[in-house]
Ligand binder design. Structure first.
Ligand code: SAH
Ligand code: SF4
Length: 405
């Protein structure tokens, strides 16, 4: 496997897979790309700007997927657009609805890879948790996604499409401004967003565009496991809120549970937090801290956490996440009393430390539980199953379905 200059795994971004009819999918193009595409098909030059604006509005503000619906675009231009382009979402393989209202979408991209997206409704907001990669290279020991073997970066189009699909399912396009159900976005799904910086940046720019989906940067949070070289860029170039997966207050424990700590240790991560552009008391950095029984949850850990945040003078709050279990994990969630004590100690130190209520555990949609179904079985297992089915049917082996089991 190839490695990037900062040691991160690189991962090739696939080029857009062409539609069987050879038409280009315009979903996920940014303004400059859309402009070039529209100019390319022979729309008269003096119309191009207006057409870009119109198409952009229909695609990203109204959510249409047919050029016929673009009523203010002249018929001949609509026909030209339809001749060359499509507006196509990836396929939802399965949508699961939790008892608590959480929705999880398993999405299959054109090359057959899959990722998950989660919608979490709360009283005052609706948060969409978006994936940035298929799988994750970082192998944090407590995280289900980290056990996936297959990894690739998602394209900007595939990242934006997750939001489009959720809005389709939630019926949000009819009233895009007042009827908003996805009010916030967190880049907290599968993958390490800062290892896919360019695509994540491009996708979030599309999402924030004022003539399209119009989500404010204040309502977007990007979570990183601490990819130090890209943290400053994230603040400067994207300008969204930052969350950092801390999970331990000293290097030995952090290195044990998060191998990336060998590359960027606590001191480097916390220094990058202290320098994060745009962080101040009204816009604090969030530290995520999964409560792992007997690993990082002692009273001393809580006091050390306060000490660290003070030492680096961080405008920070802590989100305590009760560990979400998954099949085969070696960890247990801390006892409830201990989570409460930990939270109290941090609060007494003057730092906000709410305990995050687990959401969507019944459908394996909570933090750290995401892992697409096709990865749950090894290739050998899939091949064995395919052969068994073929034998039963007396036919040649064929592809096995990758739907959730
Ligand atoms: N890769 C990024 C984005 C994932 S965000 C990152 O690590 O920051 C999801 C959050 O859930 C992270 O803080 C992650 O560390 C945490 N997490 C992972 N597995 C978990 C689990 N099983 N229980 C609770 N939190 C978990
Ligand atoms: Fe990757 Fe984040 Fe999971 Fe670690 S916690 S394996 S960085 S998704």
């Amino acid at each position: 496997m190839q490695v990037t200059p900062d040691g991160g795994v690189p991962i090739v971004s696939p080029r857009a897979t062409p539609d069987p009819e050879g038409k280009q999918n315009i979903l996920g193009l940014d303004r400059a790309e859309l402009k070039a595409a529209i100019a390319d098909i022979g729309v008269p030059e003096k119309q191009v700007r207006m057409r870009v604006s119109q198409v952009w509005h229909w695609v990203y503000h109204r959510g249409v997927s047919s050029f016929d619906d673009m009523l203010n675009v002249s018929k001949d231009v609509r026909a030209k657009l339809a001749e060359h382009f499509i507006i196509k979402r990836p396929e939802i393989v399965e949508a699961q609805y939790s008892e608590d209202g959480t929705r999880k979408y398993l999405i299959r991209f054109a090359d057959g890879n899959e990722a998950e997206t989660v919608y979490i409704p709360e009283e005052d907001r609706g948060t969409l948790c978006i994936s940035s990669q298929v799988g994750c290279t970082l192998n944090c020991k407590f995280c289900h996604t980290g056990t996936m073997k297959l990894v690739r970066n998602l394209t900007a189009a595939e990242i934006v499409a997750q939001l489009m699909i959720a809005r389709d399912d939630l019926g949000e396009w009819e009233n895009p401004t007042e009827g908003r159900r996805v009010t916030n976005i967190v880049m907290m799904g599968m993958g390490e967003p800062l290892y896919n910086f360019d695509n994540v940046k491009k996708a979030l720019e599309i999402v924030m565009d004022e003539e399209g989906i119009q989500l404010s940067r204040r309502r977007i949070t990007l979570s990183t496991s601490g990819v130090v070289p890209h943290m400053e860029r994230c603040g400067k170039e994207i300008g969204v809120n930052l969350a950092v997966s801390l999970h331990a207050v000293n290097d030995p424990v952090r290195t044990d549970i998060m191998p990336i700590n060998k590359k960027y240790n606590l001191d480097q991560v916390l220094t990058a937090c202290a320098n994060y552009p745009g962080a101040h008391n009204a816009r604090r950095i969030t530290f995520e801290y999964a409560m792992l029984k007997g690993v990082n949850d002692s009273d001393k850990d809580a006091r050390d956490l306060v000490r660290l945040i003070r030492k680096y003078k961080l405008p920070a709050k802590v989100n305590l996440i009760p560990f979400n279990p998954w099949p085969g994990t070696a960890y247990e969630c801390s006892d409830w009393d201990q989570i409460q004590r930990f939270s109290d100690i941090v609060y007494e130190g003057g730092i906000s430390a709410p305990i995050r209520t687990p959401r969507g555990r019944d459908i394996m949609a909570a933090c750290g539980q995401l892992k697409s179904a096709s990865e749950k079985k090894s290739k050998a297992e899939l091949a064995r199953e395919a052969a068994a089915i073929a034998a039963l049917e007396g036919a040649a082996p064929h592809h096995t379905s990758t739907g959730l089991t």
